[in-house]
Unconditional design. Structure first.
Length: 356
C-alpha cells in the first residue's frame, strides 16, 4: 500500500567520512557515502522511510532472505553535469524494472514516492559525494530483501528496502575478453533471468571464475537447452555490429535482463537510421561473421560500464580476435553521446535525465 505523502525522518552522521576518500583513485563499489535510505514493509503497509548513517544492520538468523533468497536490486547512477547540477539517468526505468523483479520474486512492490523521492533526498543529503572527475559518477544501489523471522518456504510478509550509494570510476578500464559458455547456464525459460535477482548473480560466480582461470575476463552466456544461442555477456547485455546491422538478443523468452543501457543504445541506433535486429543470435552466426570479416564490433552494455568493448571471443578451444576498439565507430559514438547526455553536454532530446 503506497503512502500518500513522503515524509522522511533524517538522522545525519556526526562526522562525514568524505575527507577519507581519495577521489583520484576510486574503484567500483569500494567506497560508500555517509547515509543510506531504509524503509520497512510489514503485512501490507510501508513504514515512514528514514535516512540514517551508513552502517551495519541487525537481522535475525531466521530472516527468510538467508534461507530462501528473496532478494532483488537495481543499479543506477547520478552524474555531475557541466553546469554542476546532479542528474539521474532514466531513474523511472529503474523503478519500473525494480518492481517487475519484485513481482517475479513474489515480493512487495515499492511505492514510487519511496523509490524516487527517497533516492533524490538521499543524494541531496550526500550531494558532495557525487564525484566530478572524468568517467566518475555516484553509483546507486537500491535493494529489497525478505525479513520474516520464520523458517518456512513461503513468501515473506516483511521486507526491507534499502538504498546505498558509492562514488565510483568505471567498471572496466579497457576491452574485455570473453569465453562462450557451453556447460553452465545463467537462466532458463520460465526462470528468473529477466529479474534483477541476487540469485542470478550467485549462480554466475563459479562459471565466471573458471573462465578467468583460463585467461578470460568474462563469459558469453548461452541458452540453457543447447548452448546454441547467445544471451548475455557477464553481467551485461551484448551487442554485435555485423556489416551495417546492429544485432542483439531479443527479450522474448524472459531469460535476459531488459537493460536500460541496452534500450538507450537501441533507441540511439534507430534514431540514427541504423539497421537494428532484436532476435535469436546463434554462436555459429557470430563466429562465421568473424571468419568472413563482417563482425565489426562486439560489446557489452550495462550501467556499471556503459559500453565494454570485447577484444577476444573464445569458443571451441579457439580464440577470435576483434580489431582495435579505439577505431570502432558505432560503440565509441554511442558511449560518447550517452556520456554527453548524462552530463548535460548534449541536449537530452529523449527526456532521460532527471535533476536531483
Amino acid at each position: 500500500m503506497a503512502i500518500k505523502e513522503l515524509s522522511i525522518k533524517i538522522e545525519k552522521v556526526k562526522q562525514s567520512r568524505l575527507n577519507e576518500v581519495d577521489f583520484n583513485a576510486l574503484k567500483f563499489g569500494r567506497e560508500f557515502s555517509d547515509h543510506m535510505l531504509v524503509a520497512e514493509y510489514d503485512n501490507g503497509k510501508w513504514s515512514q522511510p528514514t535516512i540514517q548513517p551508513y552502517g551495519k544492520l541487525a537481522f535475525a538468523p531466521s530472516a527468510s532472505v538467508f534461507h530462501y533468497g528473496q532478494a532483488i536490486f537495481e543499479g543506477m547512477k547520478a552524474y555531475r553535469s557541466v553546469n554542476d547540477e546532479v542528474l539521474l539517468f532514466r531513474p523511472d526505468a529503474n523503478f519500473r524494472r525494480f518492481n517487475r523483479s519484485a513481482v517475479r520474486m513474489n515480493m512487495a512492490e515499492v511505492p514510487e514516492e519511496i523509490f524516487m523521492d527517497g533516492i533524490k533526498q538521499l543524494i541531496n543529503l550526500d550531494i558532495n559525494w557525487v564525484p566530478k572527475g572524468e568517467g566518475q559518477a555516484l553509483y546507486i544501489r537500491p535493494f529489497l530483501i525478505a525479513d520474516d523471522e520464520f523458517i518456512g518456504v513461503k513468501a515473506s510478509n516483511r521486507y526491507k528496502f534499502i538504498v546505498i550509494t558509492s562514488p565510483t570510476a568505471g567498471y572496466y578500464s579497457g576491452a574485455v575478453s570473453v569465453k562462450v559458455e557451453e556447460h553452465y547456464a545463467r537462466a532458463c525459460e520460465g526462470g528468473i533471468g529477466a529479474a534483477k535477482a541476487a540469485a542470478n548473480y550467485a549462480a554466475s560466480l563459479l562459471p565466471a571464475q573458471k573462465a578467468q582461470m583460463e585467461g578470460y575476463d568474462q563469459l558469453i552466456w548461452t541458452d540453457a537447452k543447447n548452448h546454441e544461442y547467445i544471451e548475455e555477456s557477464g553481467t551485461m547485455n551484448i551487442m554485435f555490429l555485423v556489416g551495417d546491422t546492429l544485432l542483439t538478443p531479443s527479450l522474448n523468452k524472459q531469460t535476459i535482463l531488459p537493460g536500460i543501457t541496452r534500450d538507450s543504445i537501441l533507441t540511439l541506433a534507430k534514431d540514427w537510421g541504423m539497421k537494428v535486429e532484436e532476435r535469436q543470435i546463434s554462436v555459429k552466426e557470430i563466429i562465421e561473421a568473424h571468419q568472413r570479416g563482417e563482425l565489426k564490433e562486439a560489446f557489452g552494455a550495462g550501467t556499471a560500464a556503459t559500453i565494454a568493448p570485447i577484444s577476444r571471443i573464445g569458443f571451441g578451444g579457439k580464440d577470435y580476435e576483434l580489431s582495435d576498439f579505439n577505431n570502432w565507430e558505432f560503440a565509441n559514438k554511442c558511449k560518447s553521446v550517452l556520456e554527453g547526455i548524462k552530463r548535460g553536454k548534449i541536449e537530452d532530446t529523449f527526456g532521460w535525465n532527471q535533476k536531483v
